[in-house]
Design a protein around this ligand. Structure first.
Ligand code: NDP
Ligand code: A1CAB
Length: 282
């Protein structure tokens, strides 16, 4: 459930979602699923047809005007593409009530740049989250801005706790977190597709292959989360000497898969840094 303990109005937290594309819609859906009433949500999306679809799908107020969506919100979540953040923030900042918080969900854009565009004194934060927000299982890393006091920090933390797990980090960690928490889900989807394809090659019908892979990944992730052992130990437990798992793991190692994963994560983190540089933010 969304925490309402530390809100200005304990009964209500009004949320604006600015830029409801893939991530914004996932967060919107997750917040509603966690119990946020649709009447307390205003969305800004482009183009107008997209706003119309979201209004129909979720029963929220939706339009194309960022300032109108932010007007009256307690927390505005800005989920536009990185280059669009400064312009969106310049609309959102002045439209928010005093004390309301703006949170950037964009990759790469430094918090100081977001704060500058919002206008003086605006409480702000930066978040890296992921689309598992839609099912209440996001991993969100948060950085607090210079005007974010303890109460506002608790409000923001409470909101994101409603759609998954949170951690507060220093901004220097954000490129790494973006690579793992932001891009990480797609790495697993990539692996899932390869596993399902391989299972079909081995004779499973496609629907069956997908169901088996999904439940296997879900079970493994759940065990990883709850077990008192780490991933290496869990892998060793599944790999009987001379058995099938050892055969498969050896093949992955021979193909340099651990190194390839490390390279992929490093490339994503480096891309996050370059995105900021290309936009003149660093
Ligand atoms: N997708 C993900 O899993 C993750 C995304 N992010 C970050 O989230 C942000 C959004 O990513 P994602 O959802 O994938 O991208 P999308 O392109 O799916 O969504 C962004 C949406 O914002 C719209 N938009 C642009 N400017 C404005 C504006 N001023 N007001 C309202 N809407 C606007 C875009 O419209 P149009 O296309 O017409 O410009 C688009 O529909 C990015 O900054 C990204 O770095 C971070 C972590 C994970
Ligand atoms: O691909 C991207 O740039 C965004 C940021 C992290 C995940 N998706």
């Amino acid at each position: 459930m969304i925490s309402t303990d530390a809100l200005h109005e304990p009964e209500r937290t009004r949320i604006a979602v600015i830029g409801a594309g893939h991530l914004g819609e996932a967060v919107l859906g997750g917040l509603l699923r966690a119990g946020l009433p649709a009447r307390d949500v205003a969305v800004s999306a482009l183009p107008a047809e997209r706003a119309h679809i979201l209004a129909e799908r979720y029963g929220v107020a939706a339009g194309t005007d960022d300032a109108a969506a932010a007007d009256g919100a307690d927390i505005a979540l800005v989920a536009v593409p990185p280059p669009a953040v400064p312009a969106a923030a310049a609309e959102v900042g002045p439209a928010l009530p005093e004390g309301a918080v703006a949170v950037s969900l964009a990759a790469a854009v430094p918090l100081a740049r977001f704060e500058e565009a919002l206008g003086p004194g605006r409480p702000a934060a930066r978040a890296v989250t992921n689309t598992a927000a839609a099912v209440g299982r996001a991993m969100t890393a948060l950085v607090g801005g210079i005007h974010l006091d303890g109460e506002a920090r608790a409000r923001v933390g409470g909101l994101f706790s409603g759609i998954g797990s949170i951690t507060w980090v220093g901004e220097e960690a954000m490129d790494a977190v973006t690579a793992v928490a932001g891009s990480g889900p797609a790495l697993l989807y990539h692996l899932a597709a390869a596993m399902a394809g391989a299972a079909v090659d081995q004779g499973l019908p496609p629907g069956e292959a997908r169901a088996v892979v999904v439940q296997t990944l879900f079970g493994a992730a759940s065990l990883l989360r709850e077990a008192d052992r780490g991933p290496a130990e869990l892998a060793a437990e599944a790999a009987a000497p001379g058995g099938t798992t050892r055969e498969a793991l050896d093949r992955l190692d021979a193909h340099g898969v651990p190194e390839a994963v490390a390279e992929a994560v490093a490339a994503a983190a480096e891309r996050s840094g370059r995105l900021a540089e290309d936009a003149g933010h660093r």
